[in-house]
Design a protein around this ligand. Structure first.
Ligand code: ZN
Length: 257
């Protein structure tokens, strides 16, 4: 779909950037992106994907809004308590940009997979098993995946383009022994860090859509206390149950319990 005169005005901030222009903005408008997990990361991700003009946004979460969410999940207010998160966010981001389509899936990603027809998947969950499940799915379906997490004073983001690169996946990088390390409710989180990491997930998404992504499997970690970034190179785990086994045996889906 090409841009109308009204769209040109609306997306002027992007169109003025030579690396994006009207051609890049059209790519954003034609892209489909799924957000899994609508918490502290999912809220800024949904808001900025909508503002960027992503044509179709999928929202996947089975939770309802709770009072304890309000400090860090900025698309929700007191009036939304007990309402399904997908329903509230669909309404909120529709106000940010009425040109986009939003699909609300009030269920677990594990129950949605057969319908998950999107270009890019953004993992904003705080649960290790779900993260690894999404990793399995994206690897098998050769999709692009951006996974983010943040706890206490540290955030991290990793992107994978499984369409172009089958070396290294999330399973290679994460140690299962740290299964609860992403849970903000138990460990605490600096709320501004969630906004920062969520916006980085969106920026990486836009770069992927523009065809400007070169960081497959690189872990970018930010220590907010020291104001310091570190980058860890991708590592292929020997006998990784996802990317190593699939390379040897063809398409075989490994399900996490
Ligand atoms: Zn792997």
């Amino acid at each position: 779909m090409s841009l109308s005169e009204v769209d040109f005005l609306h997306y002027n901030s992007h169109i003025l950037i030579p690396e994006i222009g009207d051609v890049g903005q059209e790519k954003f408008n034609n892209a489909t992106v799924m957000i899994i997990g609508l918490g502290g990361l999912g809220c800024p991700v949904a808001a900025y994907l909508a503002a960027s003009g992503i044509g179709r946004i999928g929202l996947c979460d089975f939770d309802s809004v709770e009072k304890t969410n309000l400090q860090r999940q900025l698309l929700f207010s007191e009036n939304d308590i007990n309402k399904p998160k997908v329903q509230v966010i669909k309404k909120q981001i529709g106000k940010i940009n009425k040109r986009i389509l939003v699909d609300a899936h009030n269920k677990k990603f594990q129950d949605l997979m057969v319908d998950a027809d999107y270009d890019i998947f953004i993992d904003c969950t705080d649960n290790m098993d779900t993260k690894l499940f999404i990793n399995d799915f994206c690897y098998r379906a050769k999709k692009k995946l951006i996974t983010g997490s943040a706890t206490r004073l540290e955030g991290q983001i990793i992107g994978f383009d499984f369409e172009k690169n089958s070396k290294c996946c999330l399973e290679c990088i994460f140690d299962k022994s740290g299964a609860s390390q992403f849970n903000c409710s138990d460990l605490g989180i600096l709320v501004s860090l969630l906004g920062m990491m969520g916006c980085l997930q969106v920026t990486m998404t836009l770069n992927m859509i523009l065809g400007n992504f070169k960081k497959h499997g690189i872990v970018s970690r930010f220590d907010s206390f020291e104001s310091q970034w570190i980058e860890l190179k991708p590592s292929n785990k020997v006998n990784c149950p996802i990317c190593d086994l699939l390379k040897q045996e063809g398409s075989k889906f490994v399900q996490h319990k």
